[in-house]
Design a protein around this ligand. Sequence first.
Ligand SMILES: NC(=O)c1ccc[n+]([C@@H]2O[C@H](COP(=O)([O-])OP(=O)(O)OC[C@H]3O[C@@H](n4cnc5c(N)ncnc54)[C@H](OP(=O)(O)O)[C@@H]3O)[C@@H](O)[C@H]2O)c1
Length: 326
Amino acid sequence: MEHEMQYRRLGASGLKISALSFGSWATFGAAAGRKEARELCALAHDRGINFFDNAETYSNGESERIMGDVLGDLRLSRDSYCVSSKVFFGSVEAPRPTQHGLSRKHIHDACEQALQRLRVDYLDLFFCHRPDPEVPMQEIVSTMDRLIRQGKVLYWGTSEWSAKEIAEAVEVARAMHFELPTMEQPQYSLLHRARVEVEYAPLYADIGLGTTIWSPLASGLLTGKYNQGVPADSRLATEGYQWLQKLVLSDDKNRIEGVVRLQAIAEELGCTSAQLAIAWCLLNPRVSSVILGATRTSQLVENLGALGVVERIDDTIKARIEACFG
Ligand SMILES: NC(=O)c1ccc[n+]([C@@H]2O[C@H](COP(=O)([O-])OP(=O)(O)OC[C@H]3O[C@@H](n4cnc5c(N)ncnc54)[C@H](OP(=O)(O)O)[C@@H]3O)[C@@H](O)[C@H]2O)c1
């Protein structure tokens, strides 16, 4: 059964983005071909997803290129969706000093390149993909402010910045009358909770920070697909992404035992553990959007089903879900 998409304000901004969104890290230009990319974007848009997430570094720009081609070919009305990019890591192998980081030059160049690859005139959301201690905060904030004034970016934000770094950016922006950061893109799932729930807590009240959270399934771990090892057609076996195995399967015994417990609760509720893990993210009102990743449409269809699971989670079930991971 299809459940209606919900829309949430991106923090204190007026922009309403879909509670579930779609990103293409490790899929477009990697595990998913162009045909799958087209089917995934068409399905996502058709089911109410209005935010498509990307970054200069995903498959060295190829992910943006494919998403731009696909969204263009689908002839979607530009006012019906938002698209993002992120700047920091660069889009070439072994980037030169001017081709990565958050200098004014690289932010400028990365924005221009993302606009071209995504085939759009403006980026709805533009993130500083990591903090850059080698660039003065005023240079970063003033460059983002200028891109907004030029109409090339609508909202700027950060990804995996500490609360202290975000607060510093806000302080500079307020002092210089620059545009404040609107959103952060942190990792958030049953396995990564502290930053969103504790560290950022003061920022929600102070600046109305929005969050577009990533890896809600811990790269697929929470689906149970890694319970018996690494399947050959999975992300952790994908060429170029094996390094993730260590991160995702670290202390794998406890994690996998937790997934088995989660699967048992999901079975009781008549859903899958993927749906339950995503629905649990949606319960947090500080989450503006949960970014889904998928290599095939069957996964996206399953994950969109999380919208119908939220209402089945009462406080007791929520506590049981959280207890799965200690
Ligand atoms: N800002 C950042 O630093 C950052 C970092 C990472 C991601 N992101 C963003 O967040 C988005 C989502 O992150 P993510 O892709 O890591 O999310 P995720 O939901 O944790 O993992 C998605 C992957 O899990 C597998 N999967 C998903 N649903 C499944 C299902 N129902 N059954 C079985 N397998 C399933 C698929 O991989 P396989 O089929 O290949 O196994 C899929 O590509 C990214 O696309 C990107 O836009 C941002």
